[in-house]
Design a protein around this ligand. Structure first.
Ligand code: KIV
Ligand code: ZN
Length: 393
């Protein structure tokens, strides 16, 4: 029996904080509708007080989607909360996400206040947000660098004031997975009303640990992950949605389930990349162009014999048509024969033996051999099956 982990998508809020990746309202609604089909539980649609455009986007997303909870961000500032409440008034299920910095750095240097005042402001913010929506999420900004004992006090006070979800952000991406997991466990064990709220992870990727930290979080009792498509977000980004979802799917021993419609992952990735004008790196896990591409001879030979020798996921499970065998100077005969067969040229053993050295000569000159190159080569070598092939894509 698996436990449900709620997927809180913040592509349209934290993700959209990427410099140069601003979206307009129709683009945000388009992405929100696809996120709904993907099956995310919560869509953080924006930060309503930040601009009239963001307010409008949150309101339009509330009207457009039916199933997911729509969430609006605010600081622990009364006016922010009121504007968020107003933007969410068309939501079938709305959530206000409010909070304040809790690390000593934030308390002393950013907010220039005391720990006691932070607790007061947290309680006041949650209490005020409850006037607009039942579902209030509290974030303790920079929780990753906040002393656990104080964090537990803030979280307990926020839950007492009515928070339904408590978000423990590793805002600066500083924590190690063991440390972040232990922080969640500490809260589970030391906050006496913790059973009344869901613990949420919100990890940034400054050290490349956002995914590992989120998984450590849910392994120690968190039941919501905040994440973005393609892992976009401030600086080095947020936890990547496709990564955490596939980790839980591929590791049944975690006994965690998200209910995400994973065959939509690749198309969502393409949509977000296209609308934000942000290219996904080729080696990005799950959705990068090379995530299911094999180019070395040893790997190609294995994959052709049995895909699972070098793949831990079925590409169809994430919406990728199939694994690809990329022909380069590192490819072997098996790969050459396989790719020729794919385009309709069944080579005999003799033809393959004759073609392979010629193929290597071209491959040494060109980085990658495409289908057109193959047909030209096979025709030059007089391979009968290549003569009848007319069009090349
Ligand atoms: O990284 C962070 O701390 C945030 C909060 C506003 C939730 O994005
Ligand atoms: Zn963040």
């Amino acid at each position: 029996m698996s436990d449900k982990v709620y997927i809180f998508d913040t592509t349209l809020r934290d993700g959209e904080q990427v410099p140069g990746c601003k979206l307009n309202t129709p683009e945000k609604v388009e992405i929100a509708l696809q996120l709904e089909k993907l099956g995310v539980d919560i869509i953080e649609a924006g930060f309503p007080i930040s601009s009239p455009g963001d307010f409008k986007s949150v309101a339009e997303i509330c009207k457009a989607v039916n199933d997911p909870v729509v969430c609006g961000l605010s600081r622990a500032v009364m006016k922010d909360i009121e504007v968020a409440g107003d933007a969410l008034k068309y939501a079938k299920r709305g959530r206000i996400h409010t909070g304040i910095g809790t690390s000593d750095l934030h308390v002393q240097f950013k907010l220039r206040t005391t720990r006691e005042k932070i607790i007061e402001r947290a309680v006041a913010a949650v209490t005020h947000a409850k006037r607009f929506v039942e579902d209030v999420e509290f974030y303790a900004e920079d929780a990753g660098r906040t002393e656990n004992e104080f964090l537990a006090r803030v979280v307990e006070a926020a839950i007492k004031a009515g928070a339904t979800v408590v978000n423990i952000p590793d805002t600066t991406g500083y924590c190690l997975p063991g440390e972040y997991g232990a922080k969640i466990q500490y809260l589970k064990e030391n906050v006496k009303n913790i059973h009344k709220a869901i613990i949420s992870t919100h990890c940034h990727n400054d050290l490349g640990l956002a995914t590992a930290n989120s998984i450590a979080g849910v392994s120690h009792g968190a039941r919501q992950i905040e994440c973005t498509i393609n892992g976009i977000g401030e600086r080095a980004g947020n936890t990547s949605l496709e990564e955490v979802v596939m980790i839980m799917k591929q590791h049944p021993t975690l006994h965690l389930d998200t209910g995400i419609n994973t065959p939509m992952l690749k198309s969502l990735s393409n949509l977000v990349s296209d609308r934000m004008g942000m290219v996904v790196q080729a080696n990005k896990a799950i959705v990068g162009e090379n995530a299911f591409a094999h180019s070395s001879g040893i790997h190609q030979d294995g994959v052709i014999k049995k895909r699972e020798t070098y793949e831990i996921m079925d590409p169809a499970d994430v919406g990728v048509d199939k694994s690809s065998i990329v022909l380069t100077a590192r490819s072997g005969r098996a790969a050459l024969a396989y790719r020729c067969k794919e385009i309709g040229i069944n080579l005999t053993k003799k033809e393959l033996d004759g073609a392979y050295p010629e193929f290597l000569k071209i491959a040494d000159r060109k980085k990658e051999i495409n289908d057109a190159d193959l047909i030209v080569l096979m025709r030059r070598l007089g391979v009968a099956a290549a003569k009848n092939l007319t069009s090349i894509t």
